[in-house]
Design a protein around this ligand. Structure first.
Ligand SMILES: [Zn+2]
Length: 257
């Protein structure tokens, strides 16, 4: 009898998890109302500069992201004029768990679970509506770090961890990374070669139909880099010439096959 009970409990938990994931997908891919995205800034190092930068952040620092989604949604003929609402929440007091660069599958799963638990404990603030997608943005002092660690957006748990530079001149590229990780959370996949970082052809091109094909005028958001030639690419400094390509639009249900 105990064995049957254990199996029943396990099946119930699995059904609840699957049900929640289905509800999350429906909530984030219906695109009928603005998707409520919470930015939770975190000073990731002990630098006074980073603390000051984080304390000085305001909603307008992230306005680019809303404008990008509105512009691209219009291009795909979506009914909603503002598909994404970005809300700046108070700075998280603790630093979320981070994924080691060499993590294997198991430690990645363990980290994702810990991040979701962290998000559950650190994202409710009195006077603030709960966010549907929660993005922790970890700011680093550019004086102490040349390159930030990789960022991650997870569809399971609708949560993301973004590494950014505490530098106003890099706010545009920080917003590009935030938009990229947000799109992962709503079902988009990477469109670059993990070995070289180069955009995949044709999926990672801003306009796969462009003639001549190179240099591409625009950057596909899930490629993250603009293809200049079959072997060269560059990361744009803002979301201004960045687009949601046809393959990404299909994955997030902005278009139908
Ligand atoms: Zn990615």
């Amino acid at each position: 009898m105990w064995k049957n009970l254990r199996i029943s409990v396990l099946l119930l938990v699995l059904a609840l998890v699957a049900g929640q994931q289905w509800l999350d997908r429906v909530a984030t891919q219906s695109w009928r109302d603005p998707l409520w995205v919470g930015i939770f800034p975190v000073a990731a190092d002990g630098s006074a500069h980073t603390q000051e930068y984080v304390a000085g952040l305001s909603a307008k620092d992230f306005a680019d992201i809303e404008a990008f989604f509105s512009r691209e949604a219009r291009r795909y003929g979506l009914g909603v004029t503002q598909p994404v609402h970005v809300e700046l929440y108070p700075s998280a007091r603790a630093v979320p768990p981070q994924l080691p660069g060499d993590a294997g599958l198991l430690s990645r799963m363990w980290w994702s679970l810990r991040l979701r638990l962290f998000a559950a404990r650190h994202t409710s603030f009195p006077g603030h509506a709960p966010a549907t997608v929660r993005l922790f943005v970890l700011y680093h002092d550019p004086a102490n770090l040349e390159r930030v660690p990789d960022s991650h957006g997870l569809q399971k748990g609708l949560v993301g961890l973004v590494h950014a530079f505490a530098d106003p001149s890099l706010a545009g590229s920080n917003n590009l990374v935030i938009a990229h990780e947000l799109l992962h959370a709503v079902g988009a996949r990477d469109k670059y070669d993990p070995a070289t970082g180069a955009p995949l052809v044709p999926l990672g091109l801003g306009d796969p139909e462009q003639q001549p094909l190179f240099p591409q005028e625009n950057t596909e958001i899930m490629a993250g880099r603009r293809a200049l030639s079959p072997t060269e690419s560059e990361m744009p400094g803002s979301l201004r010439h960045v687009v949601v390509g046809p393959a990404t639009a299909l994955e997030i249900r902005w278009s139908r096959p």
